[in-house]
Design a protein. Structure first.
Ligand SMILES: [Zn+2]
Length: 338
């Protein structure tokens, strides 16, 4: 695969010599009113787990086969995936072949969810999708999320294919993040109903679950991360169910929908823009998946710096319309030509 020549790149960050002499900075994007169509599921039956790891339900088929792991609640306020896994468990699904683990990674964070202030409850102490580097997991430091990650590690280290279920705060097209391994991308192609896959290297701030070395090209397993739609919407739950069934349906004897929709387009992230100031502002409220036609277009200001698209037809992946200093504000991606 190729992502095209790189010789037409323009700088992504331009420091202004006379900041804001000629105009005022744009105001921050207004926070939308979040629609809350779903409620956190009652996970009481699964919290103890059935395999010695709290929050993990594990089943083995009669015939050999791969270990498939579906992970929900890495972020406590993203409970569409937990609703789906809870439904499947209540329907008593079982693998005919191979092993299946359904994981509720951080139910304690979900219990903090408050519909009056829904963007809290992402975690208890720290972002659980930044703690998966082996060095950090081996470190002596303790936090609620690190300790949970250490408890879950035996499941992760035996996974052959893993789907990490997330949703998005800001509006955008659903997508699958694959990491940069070819295996991750092949796994993404099996996910039904999601028409965009994005290969990326993760975040400066820490290692995601799908970036654990087990899922790298040098490892032996595949993982990808589903961003199924906006948090708290029924469509996101249905899309997550379709994605999970496309992965576990064959081993569990469950029907999978064959209406794939549009063929999956592949993109590769070329730049991760991290906010360097507490005043990162987009020029307009871009939605994830938006393609900016012309290279050099200013899409945001970070303090006094201009953030520009580095090439024509640049896709904006999951713009964070209110990033804090040090957080990923947006990723730029190019379409991959086969
Ligand atoms: Zn998430």
């Amino acid at each position: 695969m190729t992502c095209g020549p790189d010789d037409t790149r323009l700088p992504v960050r331009v420091e202004r010599s006379h900041p804001f002499m000629d105009r005022l900075p744009p105001p921050p994007s207004p926070l939308p009113r979040w629609k809350i169509e779903i409620a956190p599921p009652d996970l009481t039956p699964w919290l103890e787990g059935n395999c010695g790891v709290p929050g993990v339900m594990h089943y083995e088929g009669r015939r050999p086969g791969p270990h498939t792991v579906c992970v929900s609640l890495i972020h406590g306020n993203e409970f569409a995936g937990a609703i789906v896994l809870d439904r499947l468990l209540r329907e008593r699904i079982r693998p005919r072949a191979g092993r299946l683990s359904l994981v509720f990674a951080n139910p304690e964070a979900m219990t903090l969810f408050n519909p009056a202030d829904p963007i809290r409850s992402r975690f208890v102490d720290e972002d659980m999708n930044r703690v998966w580097s082996p060095a950090l997991l081996d470190d002596a430091r303790s936090s609620h999320e690190l300790d949970r990650a250490r408890l879950l590690l035996p499941v992760i280290l035996t996974a052959d294919r893993l789907l990490d279920l997330h949703s998005m705060l800001w509006p955008g097209d659903p997508l699958v993040l694959t990491g940069i391994s070819a295996r991750g991308r092949r796994l993404a192609e099996r996910i039904r109903g999601i028409s965009l896959s994005v290969a990326d290297r993760g975040h400066l701030a820490g290692c995601r679950l799908i970036d654990h070395p087990r899922f790298a090209d040098t490892g032996s397993a595949a993982a990808c991360l589903l961003e199924a739609g906006q948090h708290w919407q029924t469509d996101t739950v249905e899309r997550t169910m379709q994605a999970v069934l496309s992965l576990i349906g064959p081993c569990c004897g469950l029907p999978i929908r064959t209406d794939q929709g549009a063929p999956q387009r592949h993109s590769i992230v070329t730049d991760v823009i991290t906010a360097r100031s507490g005043a990162f502002r987009f020029t307009r409220p871009f939605r994830s998946g938006a393609v900016v036609p012309t290279g050099g277009t200013i899409i945001a200001f970070d303090g006094d710096d201009e953030i520009r698209t580095p090439y024509d037809r640049c896709m904006l992946v999951m713009p964070n319309l209110r990033p804090a200093c040090g957080q990923t504000a947006v990723r730029f991606a190019r379409a991959v030509r086969e």
